[in-house]
Design a protein around this ligand. Structure first.
Ligand code: AMP
Length: 437
């Protein structure tokens, strides 16, 4: 039967009601063990390295992102989630962490703290790009920033923390890609040489690169289009044009990495998609996938604090994408432990028993015994089947008789044997049996 227009629209509306927005995902209970594991390991390491947690708003003034990330970047040109407002200054969902954290550093006068001021954060990030495998519109990042140190040792501390996170998660076959993109002293000369090199090829380039040629030539180097890659392969290399300061900084970073036995790929086409970077930039790539889906990336951004109105402050940091990490944990079949489950289930039968079982549940919780109970389920069989499904060791069964007597039945779920004990002794009886288990 053919639907009329009105019916079709109603159907579409109904469908939208039960669909997450395009490119956004639920993180269901079954997935949580991966998330808790990944975030837990990352937080532990960041804390060990002396980083402190900071939480900034998911929304900031849009100009903050335009000013820091750069007007001619994919993120600002195409991927900002703008929030419609009536009159006030435009707001946007954050497309990365750094800008908001630097804003908070300046706003809260943190320049007076002992340097470096180190932060870590995690939470959702929003980029309005075409959703595809490993690329979402809402995704989570674990983010690290260190502000107030210009030395190469700081770059290496940040890279080491990033590398250690992957190692601690048990992920293998990854490469550290690294490059230096210079500073305002040396980059302009390189960029004009780059443009001279590209000029004869301009008509061959993709539409994005045609624009990049005049607005953001450095980004010509990391275009993923085959025809542009060919041109980029033979382009002059920035490493040959670094000023003495950038050169010696980068040399030190690489020497530190050698000292740490961290192998790296010197990737002279790595530029990162944001304008605020200076000197060192790096990414972590899975060996197989090439550079299309990096797992994490970051670098130094020595001019951003000043650009946003703070004192000149050297800084560096990185972000790791959690969805990609979790997919990699699954691909590499990394065994992630289930959350600790209760070993005891409290089963009640009848109104009086239910009333008495609630305080008992509280008493056991306060004694540190994790107990599963479903007070909304009345049948014993139903409750015991939940006990079986959850593979508990003991079921505590409280019927009307036991509730009136102040006793309780302890059932060993494996052997099926049962014993009635006084409720006064319940804690020690449970502990004794769980110890034997
Ligand atoms: P970026 O600063 O863009 O390199 O992002 C840092 C990390 O965030 C990347 O290495 C990815 O792991 C992750 N990431 C970036 N964009 C997306 C996206 N659209 N969907 C999922 N993860 C992303």
């Amino acid at each position: 039967m053919k639907q009329n227009k009105g019916q079709k629209e109603t159907e579409e509306k109904k469908q939208v009601l039960v669909q997450a927005p395009l490119g956004m995902n639920d993180i269901l209970p079954a997935e949580q063990k991966y998330w808790n594991f990944a975030i837990g390991q990352m937080e532990d390491l960041a804390k060990y390295f002396g980083y402190k947690k900071i939480v900034t708003p998911i929304i900031e003034y849009q100009d903050l992102f335009t000013r820091s990330i750069g007007r001619v970047t994919d993120i600002v040109e195409k991927e900002i989630f703008e929030i419609k407002q009536k009159r006030e200054t435009k707001l946007a969902l954050r497309p990365e962490f750094t800008a908001g954290i630097v804003r908070s550093y300046i706003e809260n006068g943190m320049k007076n703290r002992a340097k470096p001021v180190r932060f870590y954060s995690f939470g959702p990030i929003f980029r309005y790009s075409k959703p595809q495998k490993g690329r979402f519109r809402e995704f989570w990042q674990f983010n690290v920033e260190a502000l107030g140190s210009c030395s190469a040792g700081q770059d290496v501390e940040v890279i080491l923390l990033c590398w250690d996170i992957f190692e601690k998660l048990g992920l293998k076959n990854l490469t550290l890609q690294i490059n230096s993109i210079g500073c305002p002293n040396c980059r302009p000369e390189y960029l004009s040489l780059l443009k001279e090199y590209y000029r004869p090829y301009r008509r061959r380039l993709c539409a994005d690169c045609k624009r990049r040629f005049s607005k953001n030539p450095l980004r010509l180097l990391d275009c993923k289009e085959a025809r542009c890659k060919e041109v980029a392969d033979k382009a002059p290399q920035i490493i040959d044009y670094l000023c003495p300061d950038c050169h010696s900084h980068f040399k030190s970073v690489l020497e530190f990495l050698d000292e740490l036995d961290i192998s790296y790929v010197l990737n002279l086409r790595l530029v990162r998609g944001l304008d605020y970077y200076t000197k060192t930039v790096f990414e972590i790539w899975p060996e197989k996938e090439g550079g299309n889906l990096s797992l994490g990336g970051g670098g130094r951004y020595d001019l951003l604090v000043e650009e946003l109105g703070g004192d000149p402050t050297c800084a560096c940091g990185f972000a790791i994408g959690l969805e990609r990490i979790i997919s990699e944990l699954k691909n590499q079949r990394i065994d992630v432990k289930e959350e600790r489950k209760p070993k005891v289930m409290l089963v009640q039968l009848g109104e009086i028993a239910k009333r008495k079982s609630l305080p008992l549940f509280e008493k056991l919780r306060k004694q540190g015994i994790r107990v599963l109970a479903i007070f909304g389920k009345d049948s014993v069989r139903g409750q015991l089947s939940v006990a079986n499904k959850n593979k508990v060791t003991l079921a505590l069964i409280l019927g009307e008789k036991e509730a009136l007597e102040g006793s309780i039945i302890i059932r060993d779920m494996q052997s099926g044997s049962q014993e009635t004990v006084s409720q006064n002794r319940i804690v020690e009886e449970i502990k004794k049996r769980l110890k034997e288990d």
